[in-house]
Design a protein around this ligand. Sequence first.
Ligand SMILES: [Zn+2]
Length: 242
Amino acid sequence: MIKRKDAIVLRSFDYRNSSKIIHILTQDSKRISLVAKGARRTNSQFGGDIEPLNLSQVVYYIKPDRDIGILKEATMIEPYLSLKNDLYRLNIGWGFACVGEKIPDPQDGLFGLEKRSLTFLDRGFKEEVFVYFLLSLFHLSGVSPKLNSCVCCGSRDVEFFNIRKGGAQCANCMGKDSFPFGDLQELMNDLRKGRLRVWEEINESKKGKILQITFKYGVYHLGDWLNRLRDILPFDIIPNER
Ligand SMILES: [Zn+2]
């Protein structure tokens, strides 16, 4: 059955003498592997259309009993050239691709999130897109941290955060593994909603804390596989521990 879908190319690698295998995330958030026959020949019809971190339209077929399909056509829709010309932002983009590759069950909406995040990166945003990406991923995965009220009693007077409990806490409910949250709550709320401009007004220490909380929360609630990002991202996510 031949299918035509928009997809983000997550990764590509050489296959046999002249071909490539690409891993893509399709518009319905399915992760698929495809053989692009002859893709390494200079006159290949695929050209740059199947470069990693491209948004492309792909035409492919997969036999019902196979887990790898054949790419028939590819047309680039958006190459995100600005982010690819900046190694720092490119490496954040690789982080998003890695999540697309490694997340155990890609949720509905992951394609849209990857696409929005690559667009933000392409416009020049950096670490703030990573925070936005993770907070949105928690939402898709059903493990969003509770930011506006205490996870234990519902009080609006939150001063602490507890990763294990899943969000903010009031002074009465905080435990020994809770830590001060302060005004990070509002900043994280803004970032979650895609208001990335707030990042410019935050000092470096708060930026570090937000990155750290968000990432640690992700490892605890999504799994250890997220730790792979530490070797890919161009910044220390957990500055105090390295
Ligand atoms: Zn409470």
